[in-house]
Design a protein around this ligand. Structure first.
Ligand code: HEC
Ligand code: HEC
Length: 268
């Protein structure tokens, strides 16, 4: 077999394995529809990339230029992160929209996606509630701060909500409050351990491997168990968060949502 055709067979395999060996631990575009790069820093990096590669057509501030449309007042071609990823990666066929440079990593594309999304935040939607009243409820009657941290103050038994308005829209926040048992990620599952003497310890699962378990109980005490030295343990996959249904009025829920949605990255 002549060398060249052998190389044609070997090369793709070889390149694929080099790619696998050197690729960072970032999910591949085809496999993920959720943007893994959404922090404030990612948005900034995305903005920088945008200015370098997209600004000449869309304008430095993305408000539109001679060649490309305004990207800050809603997008026509896509409504999902995955769709936007594809547009930025591949461009739009038969238009001047050429997309990002071919050498750009998936990470860079996601950062640009985050930046473009940040321009289209539903930042000024009119919400029925009052954010000020919501903040008072959060720290007072609603008892939310006992589990949730905002700007460094509060409990650790639930997710930090300092920037929750960037990741959840108002509708999603309403369901977070009314149906907390839906979509609980394993990070927030409860483990109930029955010790050899029959006593029970319950807490959020902080860490688990083949041999050990670490929990945080409701007083934020940490417990470590060796699995061989307990009688049994159960996973409880519901949320420890109580639903606000029946505890708060609809108006109070609106106030909380207005407050939570105001917890966003500051507009620069
Ligand atoms: C050579 C000019 C040019 C460059 C460079 C360019 N674009 Fe575009 N872009 C366009 C044009 C023109 C359109 C409108 C295409 C159409 O629908 O006719 C467009 C459309 C888009 C859209 C779709 C808008 C919508 O409403 O759906 C997005 C998103 C977009 N561009 C993002 C980018 C990003 C991000 C970059 C940089 C990685 C970039 N573009 C680089 C010219 C450009
Ligand atoms: C006993 C602790 C506890 C209390 C009290 C509590 N939460 Fe939670 N909260 C959690 C946990 C644990 C989660 C994560 C699991 C889930 O999705 O339900 C969560 C999730 C959330 C989320 C979704 C966050 C995200 O990143 O997706 C929001 C929003 C929220 N809580 C708001 C509130 C508000 C507002 C109150 C007060 C009315 C409150 N919580 C009271 C424990 C609590």
């Amino acid at each position: 077999m002549p060398m060249r055709s052998l190389w044609a067979i070997v090369a793709p395999v070889f390149l694929a394995s080099v790619y696998l060996a050197t690729a960072p631990a970032v999910p591949h575009a085809q496999e993920t529809t959720e943007n893994p790069f959404t922090t404030v820093l990612d948005v900034r990096m995305g903005e920088r990339l945008f200015r370098q590669q997209c600004g000449r057509c869309h304008g430095r501030d993305a408000k539109g230029g001679e060649l490309g449309p305004d990207l800050t007042s809603g997008l026509q071609n896509t409504s999902t992160d995955a769709g936007l990823f594809k547009v930025v990666r591949e461009g739009l066929p038969n238009t001047q929209m050429i997309g990002i440079s071919r050498s750009a990593t998936d990470q860079s594309v996601w950062m640009v996606v985050s930046y473009v999304n940040s321009l289209n935040d539903t930042a000024d939607v009119d919400l029925p509630g009052s954010a000020t009243a919501g903040m008072q409820l959060f720290n007072g009657k609603g008892n939310c701060a006992s589990c949730h941290m905002v700007n460094g103050a509060g409990g650790r038994r639930g997710p930090d909500l300092t920037r929750v308005g960037n990741r959840r829209d108002p509708d999603e926040l309403v369901s977070d409050l009314t149906t907390p048992d839906e979509d609980v990620t394993p990070r927030w599952w409860t483990i109930r351990v029955t010790r050899e003497d029959g006593s029970i310890v319950e807490g959020l699962r902080m860490n688990e491997d083949t041999f050990s378990l670490r929990l945080m109980d409701e007083n934020e005490n940490l417990w470590a168990f060796s699995k061989g030295r307990i009688r049994s343990y159960d996973r409880i996959e519901t949320s420890t968060m109580p639903s606000v249904d029946g505890m708060l009025t609809t108006n109070e829920v609106d106030d909380l949502v207005a407050y939570l949605f105001s917890l966003r990255r500051e507009e620069s």
